[in-house]
Ligand binder design. Structure first.
Ligand code: PHE
Length: 344
């Protein structure tokens, strides 16, 4: 019986050594150590042995079983290690290959321009305000001295939500909202960037949605020369120190007098070229002295207070500054366009 066990041991150990996979190991385990395996069988036959032989054979059988088990465990571990090693070799990474650069986003040019405008006016003592994009007829028109049926309303047709609610056509209603907050006491000094909407046909220079920055300064003794000084300072900081501005008479219902503000052409330095249509000047914004009726409607005493207001189109300023020939570029989300402003 002893020889039988020793032979079984050698046989199992040899097979374990030759095992090539985890399945082989499992098969050998079942074949030799399983309930129906030869070792179990030997142990089962021990009843027939003499009292002296029994402990010897029992001990040997246990030893053989342990040895086979250890060998199988060891072999199994080796197989696993070999498998991992092989996988690592197959998956080897070529660290000399150049990496794929991650696409980095950038600030949208309109946002960058608004930030720049804000910073210039913050430097001049203005603060930043805001107002709703869905506006009431009262603030958008009436408080801006545009009563119902006033013909100047035709210039700014809009999208109506209800009879009385519309997408604002200008940032000017924030003038009235801001003055109301100050309850008749100046100084009021704000710039308000925001989206506006008009029922315009979209073309290279018009869009049904665009952005404006409104400016308002109300205090005692604010004069037209203050308006000119502030806008000239703005134009020089935004476009360059070599630029100048001029004011032309115009009409807005909420300002009196009203002006159209031109900046000298940066291409021809005022000599006249295709861009400025030979005039040497480019129109950039509307402005004027706040109409006394507008001051009064928003709670300011027009005998004590005066003010100026202006409204500029952000896209237009950006187009002039960066030589952009089509307003639709801002909204098309074309990375070839947007990425040119990565460092602006
Ligand atoms: N709200 C005017 C427009 O959209 C611009 C403007 C603002 C003019 C303030 C004068 C004063 O055309």
């Amino acid at each position: 019986m002893q020889e039988q066990l020793t032979a079984l041991k050698h046989e199992a150990l040899d097979k374990a050594e030759e095992a090539k996979s985890e399945q082989d190991i499992q098969a050998i385990r079942v074949a030799y150590l399983g309930k129906k395996g030869p070792i179990t069988e030997v142990l089962r036959g021990m009843g027939k042995l003499s009292a002296e032989e029994r402990p010897i054979i029992g001990a040997l059988a246990n030893e053989v079983r342990d040895e086979i088990k250890n060998k199988l465990d060891e072999k199994s571990k080796k197989l696993q290690e070999a498998a991992i090693k092989q996988q690592l070799e197959q998956e080897s990474i070529d660290v000399t290959l150049p990496g794929r650069p991650a696409l980095q986003g950038a600030i949208h040019p309109l946002t960058a321009v608004i930030t720049e405008i804000e910073e210039i006016f913050l430097g001049l003592g203005f603060s930043i305000g805001e107002g709703p994009e869905i506006e009431t007829d009262y603030y958008n028109f009436e408080a801006m001295n545009l009563p119902k049926d006033h013909p100047a309303r035709d210039m700014q047709d809009s999208f109506y939500v209800t009879e009385d609610l519309l997408l604002r056509t200008q940032t000017s209603p924030v003038q009235a909202r801001t003055m109301e907050k100050f309850a008749g006491k100046g100084p009021v000094k704000v710039v308000v960037p925001g989206k506006v909407f008009r029922r315009d046909d979209d073309d290279a220079t018009h869009s049904h949605q665009f952005m404006q920055v409104e400016g308002l300064y109300v205090d005692k003794k604010v004069r037209m020369s203050d308006l000119k000084g502030v806008l000239e300072t703005f134009a020089k900081q935004f476009f360059g120190q070599d630029r100048s501005i001029r004011l032309r008479p115009s009409f807005f219902p909420f300002t009196e007098p009203s002006v159209e503000v031109d900046v000298s052409c940066g291409i021809c330095s005022g000599k006249g070229c295709r861009v400025c249509k030979q005039s040497g000047w480019i129109e950039v914004l509307g402005a004027g002295m706040v109409h006394p009726r507008v001051l009064e409607m928003s709670g300011f005493d027009a005998n004590e207070y005066s003010g100026f207001a202006f409204g500029m189109g952000v896209e237009r300023l950006a187009m002039l500054k960066y030589d952009i020939d089509d307003i639709r570029q801002f909204y098309a989300n074309d990375l070839r366009f947007l990425m040119q402003f990565k460092d602006v």
